[in-house]
Write a protein of this length. Structure first.
Length: 418
């Protein structure tokens, strides 16, 4: 049996090709049914996300080309063109790859945790379609435990490595829990959307979104249970916010020193945190000169992100050591299955030989043949049958001068030779 991991990801293929190879939920159901009914495939799990599509299969024969042909055929793609962007790992390399992916070591954002949930979902889907057997059940359960171990034993997910995440982490660092804070988000673009999602998970007391286009702001606000105001309302509403995070496309500052001074006065100089992640800046740099206003720019956050990315890369090295060890453990278990099958076949062959010879001996005794001669014949025939295959192997190895194989045969047969 061979385990294969075949796929494409953000490193090997363009967005256009990734879209063509991606599986919708309906397609995954159909694909798993095809793979389960295919004579060459024993087990299969399909992982399909925006950044990767991977098919994990166990095959009776070592033939990854069969899987590539199936994938190209399923999506109606040219096999030769697809092969230029495909990576393929076999056996221990495939196991290692799966564990790396589950731990976030192969992700666009190093150490991101979402991929583990996506792999669990893919595994559950495959189980539902009876595409998972004993081997893959054990492989994926082992993978999930490795991902948990890596999260526990390393700092792979401890540091913020996006500006949006770093902004929220900075607020948490200053305020501790955010459940008693009021947050004002200025803008409604992609960056603020990410900030809003991270904030929402931390359950601040209140979130308000200010934007030039109210409709766009309301669309974002609905996702995070936030209020909406227009940019023109900032001077009268700014004092209500403990934390202000801004990211717009404005070419001029939106918040100046004057309106911040007014807001602080209304708050009786209760401190405010300003995080400006816009380029050009949304908040005048002079705001940082005020005693009770703490201003951080996008450069401050980028420095945090760079430092945290270095920490994650160091953690990734520690994670790889764990993954390598767990890969060896699983592959040893996998190889032991082959030895179990081998032993079973060998025992069956020996038992079959014994049964035939015993039946012959009993038949001879029933006809009145001398018991001593029958027993002696039984012993000789059984000895010759059991010695035949090892004798041939020893003779072949000796003729070819294969000393290593001869030593292995001696060890296997328990021959103690000085």
């Amino acid at each position: 049996m061979t385990i294969i991991a075949l796929g494409i990801n953000h490193k090997t293929a363009s967005v256009e090709l990734r879209e063509k190879v991606a599986f919708s939920p309906e397609q995954i159901s159909e694909a798993l049914q095809q793979l389960s009914g295919h004579a060459d495939f024993n087990e299969a799990v399909i992982v399909s996300t925006c950044n990767r599509t991977e098919v994990y299969c166990s095959l009776a024969q070592q033939n990854s080309q069969t899987l590539l042909q199936w994938l190209a055929s399923f999506h109606g793609l040219d096999e030769h063109e697809l092969s230029k962007n495909i990576y393929c790992h076999e056996d221990s390399a495939a196991i290692n790859h799966l564990m790396r992916v589950a731990c976030g070591l192969d992700s666009l954002v190093l150490g991101e945790p979402q991929i583990l949930g996506q792999i669990k979902q893919a595994y559950n889907s495959a189980k539902t379609h009876d595409a998972v057997g004993v081997t893959f059940d054990r492989l994926f359960q082992k993978t999930f435990s490795v991902a948990k171990e890596v999260r526990t034993e390393t700092n792979i997910g401890a540091s913020a490595v996006s500006v949006a995440f770093a902004a929220v982490n900075l607020a948490k660092h200053i305020y501790g829990k955010l459940d008693k804070t009021k947050v004002l988000l200025i803008g409604a673009g992609e960056t603020i959307e990410l900030v809003a999602k991270h904030l929402y998970q931390n359950e601040p007391q209140k979130i308000t979104v200010a934007n030039r286009t109210i409709e766009r702001a309301r669309s974002l606000a609905d996702e995070v249970s936030a209020d909406v105001i227009a940019l023109a309302q900032l001077p009268e509403r700014l004092h209500q916010a403990d934390i202000v995070i801004s990211s717009t496309a404005s070419t001029l500052p939106i918040i100046g020193k004057g309106i911040v001074e007014q807001a602080l006065k209304q708050r009786r100089y209760k401190p405010m945190l300003f995080i400006d992640i816009a380029v050009p800046r949304d908040i005048e740099s002079q705001v940082g000169e005020l005693d009770d206003a703490y201003l951080y720019s996008v450069d401050d956050l980028q420095a945090i992100v760079s430092e945290n990315m270095a920490a994650r890369e160091q953690a990734a090295e520690q994670a790889q050591i764990i993954i390598s060890e767990r890969t060896k453990e699983f592959f040893m278990w996998l190889r032991s299955l082959d030895s179990v099958d081998l032993i079973r076949h060998y025992r069956n062959d020996v038992q079959t030989t014994k049964a035939k010879l015993v039946d012959r001996a009993l038949s001879q005794l029933n006809t009145g043949k001398d018991a001593e001669k029958v027993i002696l014949e039984l012993a000789n025939k059984l000895t010759n049958r059991l010695m035949h295959a090892p004798t041939r192997a020893i003779q072949d190895a000796a003729k070819k001068g294969e000393v290593a194989q001869l030593n292995q045969l001696k060890k296997m047969l328990g021959i103690d030779q000085e």
